[in-house]
Design a protein around this ligand. Structure first.
Ligand code: PMP
Length: 381
């Protein structure tokens, strides 16, 4: 009997099992019965009746799929409208939507450093999201990974570099929810004639005037050399991503970005939902403030209960757990008590610190925040 070529997969699964690090998919109910502090639906718009209507109208008008690549049949008026409104709202000259934030990040990193020439340098924060890390790898540019949220480390990495350079950072880090020092990073990048790429997946809809994002909050939106990426899947309650920047950069992406050219265009329903959600946010800017207030209230309560939580800059509140096993049990006990929280453990967190990851939503009530705090404190290891 020849050896099964997938023996190594079975062995890896057994090792994962022994280490207590098995990940399982658990379908959630259509209407959440648990109190949700785990989703990225920061503004509570995924089920908003207008947003659902926006998706439905787009689906009826444009069909269930976009039918092709954006350069062939996959572009509709809806895509163009969404791009124009996103760019205007976030303070950039132009925008291009992708089928995910992940694809937008891969596009931005490869297109902003390519095509291949010698002396291409990316300076990347050690806490950056996996999609940015993958984009760095895909670009095949030299990548210097620098200390987290440290503009001086970025300046040092750029010092003396001759040639194309790009500084890349999450605006709000996805695990701990802390904000990057964007003003200082923009200055350091400008001084070195480097471009700055900001992944604002967790800032759009939460930070900046009316939720217009972290680059706007730091007055770097639309500045020369600054490009941002966003996802449509968090605050906007939909699915998809976008790159925002100078029109010349967007045109460059249309012509060179492989995750744009060789991917089917964003689904019309997703575009319709995102566009409607954006309009709801513009009409109700208090939503952004509400998320921030709720995140702070969670942090204050956790700290008062003697738990170690990172002070949130946006919607994400991270609470340290003593070990991966404790984190798992803690999250399971919360679930039993009616509360859904996120649980991050190695290898998703490279620093080895396991955490409960809570996400605030604009539509949480004071009673729900109190209930969540009571459950988390009562189940704490
Ligand atoms: N960047 C960051 C910081 C994220 O947290 C995420 C989502 N997990 C992404 C990019 C990817 O976005 P999407 O889910 O739209 O692919």
């Amino acid at each position: 009997m020849p050896a099964d070529p997938f023996d190594w997969i079975t062995e890896a699964a057994a090792a994962r099992h022994r280490a207590g690090l098995v990940r399982t998919l658990r379908p959630r109910p259509a209407r959440e019965t648990l109190l949700d502090l785990a989703s990225n639906d920061y503004l509570g718009l995924a089920h908003h009746p207008e947003v659902v209507d926006g998706a439905t109208a787009a689906l009826r008008r444009w069909g269930a799929g976009s039918t092709g690549s954006r350069l062939v049949t996959g572009s509709t008026e809806l895509h163009a409208e969404l791009e124009a409104e996103l760019a205007e709202f976030c303070g950039f000259e132009a925008a291009l939507v992708f089928s995910s934030g992940y694809a937008a990040n891969l596009a931005a990193l490869t297109a902003l450093t390519g095509p291949a020439t010698p002396h291409r340098l990316i300076v990347s924060d050690a806490g950056n999201h996996a999609s940015l890390i993958d984009g760095c790898r895909l670009s095949r540019a030299e990548t210097a990974v620098v200390a987290h949220a440290d503009p001086q480390a970025v300046a040092k990495a750029l010092d003396g570099h001759e040639g194309r350079a790009l500084v890349v950072t999450d605006a709000v880090f996805s695990v701990d929810g802390d904000e990057a020092p964007l003003t200082a990073l923009a200055q350091v990048a400008a001084d070195a004639r480097a471009a700055l790429l900001v992944d604002d997946a967790h800032g759009l809809g939460v930070l900046g005037p009316g939720g217009s994002g972290t680059p706007a909050a730091h007055a770097v939106a639309g500045a020369p050399g600054v490009v941002a990426t966003v996802t449509l899947s968090k605050s906007l309650g939909s699915q998809g991503g976008a790159v925002l920047g100078p029109a010349a950069v967007i045109e460059h992406l249309v012509n060179t970005a492989r995750t744009f050219i060789f991917d089917t265009g964003l689904n019309p329903a997703a575009a319709g939902a995102a566009l409607t959600a954006l309009r709801v946010l513009r009409r109700e800017p208090a939503l952004a403030q509400a998320v921030r207030d709720h995140a702070r209230a969670l942090h204050t309560g956790l700290t008062a209960a003697g738990l170690r939580a990172v002070r949130p800059d946006a919607a994400v509140v991270s609470v340290a757990a003593p070990s991966p096993e404790h984190a798992l049990t803690w999250a399971a006990d919360c679930r039993t008590a009616g509360l859904r929280v996120g649980c991050f453990r190695p290898p998703s967190v490279p620093d080895g610190i396991s955490r409960l990851r809570l996400t605030a939503r604009a539509n949480l009530t004071a009673e729900e925040i109190d209930r969540a705090l009571t459950v988390i404190a009562a189940t704490a290891p």
